[in-house]
Ligand binder design. Structure first.
Ligand SMILES: *Cc1c(COP(=O)(O)O)cnc(C)c1O
Length: 388
């Protein structure tokens, strides 16, 4: 790829599809519903959704109604589920475009029911049980009451029963097992009392790759589909990173010993001659400010590791290239991904920044050009098109 952009993310839809296929075989008979919230974890939701459609997935998870609308307007007709909750103002869009949503309380059921009746369309809902995440979701003892309320609402249709595990780090724990047991008990209760058999879904990437069985009718992996596993789980061998983050050198200069570089003069050169390069990427592009503070950030230039020096600026950052022969303005710089035989992962960057890899790709800025290495699969017939 030649460097026509200041900062860009190379995204391999081929790697994504292979990760999806591996996940599908791991999930056994359960359906895989890829979670594409946060612009598909920064990878570009429309292109990723089209890749999912081409692979025949049955449903996609999104974070809010705006994300669902972005997919609908680009012609994605798959069933969509807003995993969390919505505010009232989002409900008309859900109804108009047939997007499902999680529900968490009797009062929400009544509110959604009356909005749907007023609108004259049915709303598909997934009842969320709080089995230990302690965030959204009804307590297990309230599941039946809320399910009755849903059944009493003609405009609501119970499509799923879901829970969310509190661990995304991939250590199989007794806490996760306890959550799973509570979830299965709630499902059994629902079946016995109401004869209802909604789709059961609970597994995130960590649960899936730590071999939690049985896994219900569907699984909801997000991060693993992008080839990122927070704790490098054994079961995740074979997943390929989907995204590489690159920029280019825009300026090079030699500085004498004792020259400070960057805001607050946190870094000062100590060699008689240090060659530094300025890169066209900063914290506005999603490069964490803390990577600069840590003093341990690195990038790859001509296959060699170069330290990030000084603080990260909004639009720029600096590296030390004293040891890189022939480095020149226009050289491609890799922040995440492979260059030669070396590579840096999103997990590596997260570790240096003191955060989780999710945040690294989710926060890639809007001006980071998403460059797809393979053709984005065509839209379904009759759909109108927008550029992803
Ligand atoms: C984000 C999310 C997922 C996916 O989690 P990963 O750890 O990325 O696999 C699954 N379910 C829900 C409800 C989520 O919000």
């Amino acid at each position: 790829m030649d460097s026509q952009h200041r900062a860009w993310a190379e995204i391999s839809l081929g790697a994504f599809r292979r990760n999806l296929q591996r996940t599908q075989s791991l999930a056994g008979g359960a359906a895989v519903w890829p979670v594409l919230k946060a612009n598909a974890y920064g990878h570009g939701a429309v292109a990723i959704a089209r890749a999912c459609a081409a692979e025949g997935v049955a449903r996609l998870g999104v974070g809010d109604s705006a994300e669902a609308m972005q997919l609908r307007y680009s012609g994605v007709k798959l069933p969509l589920l807003v995993l969390g909750t919505v505010i009232d103002a989002e409900v008309p869009n859900l109804l108009e475009h047939q997007v499902e949503v999680g529900v968490h309380s009797e009062s929400r059921v009544r509110k959604l029911g009356s909005l749907a009746r007023a609108y004259g369309k049915k709303l598909g809902v997934h009842l969320k049980v709080d089995t230990g995440m302690g965030r959204l979701g009804v307590r297990p003892e309230a599941v039946l009451r809320v399910a009755h309320a849903i059944a009493a609402e003609p405009a609501l249709q119970l499509r799923g029963l879901m829970t969310h595990f509190a661990s995304s780090l991939g250590t199989r724990s007794s806490f996760t097992d306890g959550q799973h047991a509570l979830f299965l008990a709630a499902a059994a209760e629902l079946h016995q009392a109401l004869g209802a058999r909604p789709l059961l879904h609970c597994s995130n990437s960590a649960a899936l790759f730590t071999g939690l069985h049985p896994i219900g009718d569907a699984v909801r992996p997000g991060i693993s589909l992008f080839g990122i596993m927070p704790e490098n789980l054994g079961g995740a061998v074979g997943l390929e990173p989907v995204l590489s983050l690159r920029t280019q050198i825009v300026f090079i200069k030699d500085i004498p010993a004792g020259t400070p570089v960057g805001y607050e003069s946190r870094w000062v050169s100590h060699l008689a001659k240090t060659r530094i390069a300025t890169l066209a990427i900063g914290y506005n592009d999603g490069l964490p400010y803390r990577v600069g503070l840590s003093g341990n950030g690195q990038v790859l230039v001509r296959g060699q590791r170069c330290p990030l020096i000084g603080t990260i600026s909004m639009d720029y950052c600096s590296i030390d290239i004293t040891h890189v022969e022939h480095a020149a303005v226009g050289d491609i710089v890799t922040l995440i991904g492979k260059d030669g035989r070396d590579s840096i992962s999103a997990c590596d960057v997260a570790r240096v920044a003191g955060t989780i890899p999710y945040e690294i790709t989710c926060r890639l800025g809007a001006r980071v050009k998403r460059c797809y290495l393979e053709e984005i699969p065509a839209l379904e017939a009759g759909a109108h098109s927008i550029t992803p």
